[in-house]
Design a protein around this ligand. Structure first.
Ligand code: FUL
Length: 684
C-alpha cells in the first residue's frame, strides 16, 4: 500500500505541493470496538419470535401456559434460514425464552421447557436446530433471553438470578458463536410466578439483574458477542420504537461530549407483520409491504443504525407465505438499490487534504474501500468535496460513510449536484453520518458532478465513502379500503385491478375491478386484489379483512369515539373498570373483535386488561374473551381477540386496567363476522 502511494506523493511534490506523510487524526470521543464495527456492517438480520405464544394468539404469555401447546407439525429450521439468507439478511436472533418463561431448549435451569412438550417426544431443541441452519447457510446466530420470567416462582427474588445466569451460560456455551444476545426491557409486573399469581416489582433492572456481572459473564464466555440492552452496559441499545425507525440525527453515543461518553450503537426493531411479534391467525391480511420495509430500512440502516426485522413462524412451524413474499421482494429491491454505485472510481477533489498526503485524498471517497478516508488537517471542521462523473448520471439516493473507527464526528452536511452545468442544492438537511447515512432525494437527479459540503464536525471530518445509488422502481400494490358498503381499490395508470372477495388468490383471470363493487356488510373473507400491467406482470397481492360495517351502530352510553372509524378520536373514562356497550342494530355471527389503543403517543389510561361480553337481546350477557393486551407501551398496535362463534347484536367492551393511570380508553373497536354455524344455515 505504502509503496503505491510513494509515486503519488512524489508527483504532488513535483507539482509544487508540500507533501508530508501525514499522521492519521486522533480518535474523537468514544470509539466502537472491532465487534461493534463488524456488527454495524451486518446491517440487517431476522428476529424470530416462536414459542408458546404462537399457539395462544398472545403477545405476552402469563407464565401458566402448558408446554404441551408447543407442537409444530412441520417445523424445519432449514427453509426458514434459507429464506433469510436469500433475502440478503446477515443473521437471525431467536427468542429462546420469552416473558412467559418457557425455554425452547432442554435447559437444566427450569422444568418449564421443551422437554415437557410433545414436539419430538420432548427430545427437541429449537435453539440447536436454528443454530445449525444458520451455520449451514453462512449467516450469524443470536439469541433473545427475556430477563422477565412470568413462570418462575423465584422471579423478583434472589433465587431467580442463578436460574437466569445458568440460562445465559447454557446458551453461550452449547450452541457455537452467538453474535448478539438480547435482554428485553420489559421487566416485572403480574404473572403466574410458580402459582403465586401476583404482581412483582423488581425496582431498578440494572440492580436486580446485576447487569455488570451479566456483561462480565458474557464477555468471558463469548468475547465477540454483542450485548443488547443490559441498562446501557452492553454494546447496542433500542432504536426507540417498535416501528423499526431510529431518530435522526442518529448518534451512536451516550453521554455525548462528556468524559463519560460511550459508544452505543442503535438497533431498529420491528415485525414484518402489523399483527405483532408472534404469529397470529389471519395475519396474512396485515403484512407490511416491500415499500414499507424499504422505508423502514432507510430510516434505520440509512440513518446509521442496524435493523432487526421479525418474521414469525406459524403453528406448523413454517413462515407465512405472505410474509415471505414481502420479505423476498424487499430483499431483492435492496439488492438492486445497492448493486451499482455510480460514483465508484469517479475523480474527486477537496477543499483541503490532510498534510497534502494522498493517503487522505478526496478520491478515497470513491475508491470502494470502506476503510480508507478523506480527511483535512486537525482543526478544520468544515470543507467541501467534489466528485466528477464521466457522464450525466441519474441517482436518487446518496450514501455517505464516516470512518467510525475514529469516532462519530460530523454534525451537519449539504449536498449539491451539477445539472446541465448549474449547481443546485439537492439536500440541505443532512446532520449525522456515522456508519452510513442514505439520503433519499425528493426526486431522481441527473448530474455530472456532486458536491458534499461538511458544515460542522466535532473534529476534522473523516469521510470514507460517497456513493450514488438508484432506488429500483417497485411494482405498486393495490390499496383496499371501503366507504360504507362500497369497496374502494386505488387505480394505477396503465394497470387493471383484479380482485376476489371469497378468500381465493386473485390473478389476471379474476374479476376486473371497475370501481363499482359492493362489499358485504359482514364479510367473512378478506378482499384480495392485484394489479396487472400491459405486459401481463402481476403485482403482489393485497389482502384486507374488514370488520362488520359500523355505520348506523350506536353506543348505549359513552363510547361513540370507538366506532367512528377515526383513530384520532378516543373514548376515555376516568376510572377503571369502565365499559362501552355497542349496539350493532341487528344480530350477526361474530368470532372476533379488535382493539386499537390510543394513537396519540400517550400511554396514560391506555387499556391493557379487558373483558368482552356479547348479548343477543341486551339482557343476558356472555363473556367471550378476557385478558391482557400486551406490550402496548412499546408497540401500541391494533390487537385482535378471537372467540367461539356467537350470534349477537350487542357487544360490551370493559377496560379493567391501563398501562398507566386510573382510567381506561380505546381509539377503535371493530367486530368481525363469522360464517354461520352449520345448524343455523339449515334453519335459514
Ligand atoms: C418487547 C417485548 O416485550 C416484545 O414482546 C418483543 O419481544 C419485542 C422484541 O420486545 O419489548
Amino acid at each position: 500500500m505504502k509503496k503505491l502511494l510513494m509515486p503519488l506523493a512524489l508527483l504532488a511534490a513535483l507539482c509544487g505541493q508540500t507533501t508530508t506523510a501525514a499522521t492519521p487524526p486522533k480518535p474523537c470521543g468514544a470509539t466502537p470496538t472491532n465487534q461493534q464495527v463488524d456488527w454495524l456492517r451486518m446491517e440487517w438480520y431476522a428476529f424470530v419470535h416462536f414459542s408458546l405464544n404462537t399457539y395462544t394468539n398472545k403477545e405476552w404469555g402469563y407464565g401458566d401456559e402448558s408446554p404441551q401447546l408447543f407442537n409444530p407439525t412441520q417445523f424445519d429450521a432449514d427453509p426458514i434460514i434459507r429464506t433469510f439468507r436469500d433475502a440478503g439478511m446477515t443473521g437471525m436472533i431467536y427468542t429462546a425464552k420469552h416473558h412467559d418463561g418457557w425455554c425452547a431448549w432442554p435447559t437444566k435451569s427450569t422444568k418449564h421447557n421443551i422437554t415437557q412438550s410433545p414436539w419430538k417426544n420432548g427430545k427437541g431443541d429449537v435453539v440447536k436446530e436454528f443454530a445449525a441452519a444458520c451455520k449451514k447457510y453462512g449467516i450469524k446466530f443470536g439469541t433473545y433471553l427475556s430477563p422477565w420470567d412470568r413462570n418462575c416462582g423465584e422471579y423478583g427474588k434472589k433465587g431467580y438470578l442463578n436460574v437466569y445466569y445458568k440460562q445465559i451460560t447454557e446458551l453461550l456455551t452449547n450452541y457455537g458463536p452467538i453474535f448478539e444476545i438480547w435482554f428485553d426491557g420489559a421487566n416485572g409486573g403480574d404473572g403466574y410466578y410458580g402459582g403465586a399469581r401476583e404482581h412483582r416489582n423488581i425496582g431498578k433492572a440494572d440492580d436486580y439483574y446485576d447487569f455488570a456481572r451479566v456483561v462480565k459473564l458474557i464477555r468471558r464466555l463469548q468475547p465477540d458477542c454483542i450485548i443488547w440492552g443490559a441498562a446501557s452496559r452492553g454494546d447496542v441499545t433500542w432504536g426507540g420504537s417498535e416501528k423499526g425507525h431510529v431518530k435522526y440525527p442518529c448518534w451512536n453515543l451516550i453521554n455525548k461530549d462528556t468524559p463519560q461518553e460511550k459508544w452505543l450503537s442503535l438497533e431498529g426493531d420491528t415485525p414484518i407483520n402489523h399483527a405483532g411479534w408472534f404469529w397470529h391467525p389471519g395475519q396474512e391480511t396485515r403484512v407490511k409491504t416491500p415499500e414499507h420495509l424499504m422505508q423502514v430500512y432507510l430510516d434505520s440502516v440509512g440513518r446509521g443504525a442496524n435493523l432487526i426485522l421479525n418474521v414469525a413462524p406459524n403453528r406448523e412451524g413454517r413462515l407465512d407465505p405472505a410474509d415471505v413474499e414481502s420479505l423476498l421482494t424487499f430483499g431483492e429491491n435492496r439488492r438492486r438499490l445497492l448493486a451499482t454505485d455510480y460514483a465508484l472510481g469517479a475523480a474527486a477533489t477537496a477543499s483541503e487534504v490532510r498534510g497534502n498526503d494522498p493517503q487522505f485524498g478526496a478520491d478515497r471517497l470513491t475508491d470502494g474501500d470502506i476503510e480508507s478516508y478523506w480527511c483535512p488537517n486537525d482543526g478544520t471542521t468544515t470543507g467541501s468535496l467534489e466528485i466528477t462523473l464521466q457522464k450525466p448520471t441519474t441517482f436518487d439516493v446518496v450514501r455517505l460513510r464516516e470512518q467510525i473507527r475514529l469516532g462519530q464526528r460530523v454534525t451537519g452536511f449539504k449536498l449539491e449536484a451539477r445539472v446541465n452545468g448549474q449547481w443546485q442544492v439537492i439536500d440541505d438537511a443532512g446532520q449525522t453520518i456515522g456508519n452510513q447515512v442514505m439520503r433519499k432525494l425528493a426526486a431522481p437527479v441527473t448530474a455530472d458532478a456532486v458536491r458534499l459540503t461538511i458544515t460542522g464536525s466535532r473534529a476534522c471530518p473523516c469521510i470514507s465513502e460517497l456513493s450514488l445509488l438508484r432506488m429500483p422502481v417497485q411494482m405498486p400494490k393495490p390499496e383496499i379500503s371501503r366507504e360504507d358498503n362500497k369497496l374502494l381499490i386505488t387505480p394505477q395508470e396503465g394497470m387493471t385491478i383484479h380482485y376476489t372477495t371469497d378468500g381465493s388468490n386473485p390473478g389476471p383471470n379474476s374479476p376486473v375491478f371497475t370501481g363499482e363493487a359492493r362489499l358485504d356488510k359482514a364479510p367473512t373473507h378478506p378482499v384480495k386484489a392485484v394489479y396487472v400491467d400491459a405486459e401481463g406482470n402481476v403485482s403482489s397481492v393485497t389482502s384486507v379483512l374488514f370488520g362488520i360495517n359500523r355505520s348506523g351502530w350506536s353506543c348505549e352510553g359513552p363510547g361513540k369515539e370507538s366506532i367512528d372509524g377515526d383513530p384520532s378520536t378516543i373514548w376515555e373514562a376516568a376510572k377503571a373498570p369502565a365499559s362501552i356497550t355497542i349496539d350493532m342494530q341487528e344480530p350477526f355471527f361474530i368470532n372476533a373483535f379488535s382493539y386499537l389503543p390510543r394513537q396519540d403517543g400517550s400511554v396514560q389510561d391506555m387499556t391493557d386488561r379487558f373483558i368482552c361480553e356479547v348479548s343477543l337481546h341486551g339482557k343476558k350477557w356472555t363473556t367471550v374473551a378476557e385478558g391482557e393486551f400486551s406490550n402496548l407501551r412499546a408497540n401500541p398496535i391494533e390487537l385482535t381477540e378471537q372467540f367461539k362463534t356467537r350470534k349477537a347484536r350487542y357487544i360490551r367492551f370493559t377496560g379493567t386496567r391501563s398501562v398507566e393511570g386510573k382510567g381506561v380508553s380505546a381509539a377503535e373497536i371493530k367486530v368481525y363476522a363469522a360464517p354461520a354455524p352449520k345448524q343455523d344455515k339449515k334453519k335459514d
